[in-house]
Design a protein around this ligand. Structure first.
Ligand SMILES: C[S@@+](CC[C@H](N)C(=O)[O-])C[C@H]1O[C@@H](n2cnc3c(N)ncnc32)[C@H](O)[C@@H]1O
Length: 226
């Protein structure tokens, strides 16, 4: 009992640390979360909606959804079992309204009224693969459903967007050199496409009218109603 309690408080510390750090890395993290939830509310999905948080990590987006939409249920899918353990701890208070699912962006999804992603799909390195992931999402959505993806985007002005991003991090306690170092090291795993490329991949994935709903510099919310 005692050791379980220790593990749980340790996990909680990790969650708090993750929540703090991601806000120093990502410009407008909090603001984009608020806009994503407003868009979900505007979509008018059923009160007892089934929502997927894809690449849900520690479950921070899922937590915000479960709080804001108290009759909804959320499936959190992520490829990393350790991070899912953090999500389990964070979301324990929502009990039966949460399902944790170990799997990939490429795996089929259960039927859903909404699929939301935050800062996750940039782990897909090629547009053809991204179109396949979008197809999985499109196939899961019920009529009237919505897809809302918050993520970094590039485009023809990437050098100035990259600079804007580095300057943001420099305002969060990093030196400018460290900030550029962060972006360089993430580039090994993360791929940012232009909004145009993303919308094209969504169309290839079967979305008829994909949109850019919101954008500030390198951060955007893209998606579609079906
Ligand atoms: C930067 S985190 C974002 C987590 C969370 N959505 C948030 O906003 O805090 C990216 C997440 O994507 C997950 N991920 C990476 N590749 C994945 C894949 N192929 N399938 C599912 N999840 C993946 C990682 O394990 C990680 O939890």
């Amino acid at each position: 009992m005692h050791s379980e309690h220790c593990v749980s408080s340790h996990l909680r510390l990790n969650i708090e640390e993750y929540d703090r750090i991601i806000r120093t890395y990502i410009p407008r993290y909090e603001e984009s979360r608020g806009v994503q939830l407003e868009l979900l509310a505007a979509a008018n999905i059923p009160a007892r909606a089934r929502i997927v948080d894809l690449g849900g990590g520690t479950g921070s987006l899922a937590e915000a959804i479960l709080e804001r939409f108290p009759s909804s249920s959320v499936l959190v899918r992520d490829i990393d079992p350790e991070i899912l353990a953090l999500a389990r701890t964070r979301l324990a208070r929502f009990a039966h309204r949460v399902e944790l699912s170990h799997g990939s962006f490429m795996d089929p999804l259960p039927a859903a009224d909404a699929v939301l992603c935050a800062f996750a799909l940039h782990h897909i390195p090629a547009l053809e693969r991204k179109a396949e992931a979008y197809q999985r999402i499109r196939n899961a959505l019920r009529p009237g459903g919505v897809f809302l993806n918050t993520d970094a985007v590039s485009g023809p002005f990437w050098p100035s967007l990259r600079e804007e991003w580095a300057v943001f991090m420099a305002g969060q306690g990093f030196t400018l050199e460290q900030a550029y170092g962060n972006l360089d090291s993430w580039a090994a795993e993360d791929t940012y496409f232009s909004v145009h490329q993303e919308l094209t991949a969504m169309t290839q994935g079967g979305f008829e009218s994909p949109e850019c709903f919101w954008r500030h510099g390198p951060i955007a919310i893209l998606g579609a109603r079906v």
